[in-house]
Design a protein around this ligand. Structure first.
Ligand code: MTE
Ligand code: MO
Length: 412
């Protein structure tokens, strides 16, 4: 189910506002970074960070906006934006955010949804109030096993509310109610005036335009949440953002799961969960230089790129100049900007003349490595197996390295 272009004028407006993005659909706003070169730095310029939205972007007056704190709290509360900024501590985190639909265009056969290339990623310094401080203030229960459901305020009354339930252990660890991006106010498209940031987790967890955070014993599921004042709050938690092999229909909605790592759900918890939830990101990398389809005429070439992951840091990146037959270690360079920032790598290459397929393969601290290819649907995989990423109906999570390879020609 792709989006239809509802409003052609919106495309022009979005393109003019964000010249560094390629617009897939403009209304609602969906755009990816126009070139891998935009990702050269540890931070992506604010206006080159991808945009992914399900409903029309709301035009919110920050002076009027309140975030409701509800559920298992001593007293329910409403927080205005000034209060959120001034009455609580401020923290920042650098987070390389990837949309779970990034690299969907490399699925064969084509998966459902907008055909994102590899530009639905971006790294930013997000600044805001730690959710932990808000929960402390209102006497919220914060025990392990609980969930915090964050709800977007933009859905029109006839549409599903964008709502995500996040495990409380992650929330109190490092999640933010963010109001600034790269030291500038957040733009409307990125969630102005306030969004949740779940560092290291796929973008779908970082709810924009937050209107309510609710402390709950379970994730949103069941009748209470499929029809809450006439709106469905479960779609984006329980139906979308699950790994669904070709033979499965609607995935089972769960009240709770104990394994949060997306990768571990692929493997250890398959029996219990069956269709993994897209929670933390999978380790992945991209070659940024040289650019794809270029001709090189030097005898020494610097290969450079970026790598990122989820809850486990990037441990190393290997590079291949022969399409994955042989591999070389690369050097990780640059400052340590925290566990969720991208890592840059480089490798000096003395090429032979001819055509070369260059690919990079990152490994995280838990020794998880990028697989080579995406599987055929007929294999019905539910997780990474035999060096293959599971083809899945909605085209999520593709971190296989061969689809991301580039080709260069080296002159005599
Ligand atoms: N309220 C709300 N929050 C949302 C979304 C949305 O449609 N509505 N999209 C999600 C998805 S799928 C992604 S990948 C990220 C994208 O954040 P960005 O547009 O700032 O890049 O926002 C998430 N938060
Ligand atoms: Mo996404």
């Amino acid at each position: 189910m792709g989006f239809e272009e509802l409003n052609p004028k919106a495309r022009t407006a979005l393109t003019q506002r964000y010249p560094g993005l390629d617009v897939l659909v403009s209304d609602p706003a969906n755009a990816q970074t126009a070139s891998r070169a935009n990702l050269t730095s540890h931070l992506t310029p604010r206006d080159e960070h991808y945009i992914r939205t399900h409903h029309r972007t709301p035009d919110i007056d920050a002076d009027e906006w309140v975030v409701s704190v509800t559920g298992l709290v001593e007293c329910e509360a409403e927080i205005g934006m000034t209060e959120l900024r001034c009455d609580f501590p401020t923290e920042s985190v650098i987070h390389m955010m990837e949309c779970s639909g990034n690299s969907r265009a490399y699925f064969d056969p084509e998966a459902e949804g907008d055909q994102w290339g590899d530009g639905a990623i971006g790294s930013a310094v997000w600044t805001g109030t730690p959710v932990r401080a808000v929960l402390d203030e209102y006497g919220a229960a914060a025990d392990e096993g609980l969930w915090l459901s964050a709800m977007g305020g933009e859905a029109p009354p006839d549409k599903d509310v964008f709502c995500r339930s996040i495990p409380m252990s992650k929330i109190v660890d490092d999640c933010l109610l963010a109001y600034e991006m790269n030291g500038s106010p957040m733009t409307r498209e990125h969630g102005y005036p306030v969004r949740l940031i779940v560092p290291g987790w796929f973008g779908n967890n970082s709810v924009k335009w937050v209107k309510e955070v609710r402390v709950m014993e379970e994730m949103v599921h069941g009748e209470e949440w499929t029809d809450r004042d006439g709106q469905d709050y479960t779609e984006y938690q329980q139906s979308s953002y699950r790994i669904i092999p070709v033979q499965d229909d609607e995935p089972t909605h769960h009240a709770s799961v104990d394994v949060f790592s997306t990768y571990d759900q692929f493997t250890e918890a398959v029996e219990e969960v069956r269709n993994a939830y897209l929670f933390d990101q999978l380790v992945k990398s991209l070659i940024i230089a040289p650019a794809d389809n270029t001709t090189l005429s030097t005898s020494t070439v610097e290969l450079a790129g970026i790598a990122w992951s989820g809850e486990e840091r990037v441990k190393g990146v290997e590079i291949s100049t022969d399409g994955g037959d042989s591999w070389h270690d690369t050097e990780l360079v640059g400052p340590d900007l925290g566990p969720y920032a991208p890592t840059k790598f480089r490798h000096v290459w003395k090429p032979d003349p001819g055509e070369h397929t260059l690919c990079s393969r990152a490994t995280d601290e838990a020794e998880r490595t990028q697989p080579a290819t995406v599987s055929d649907p007929e294999q019905e995989l539910r997780g990474i197996e035999n060096d293959q990423y599971p083809w899945n109906k909605k085209g999520y999570g593709n971190n296989a390295y061969l689809p991301h390879a580039i080709t260069v020609e080296v002159d005599e």
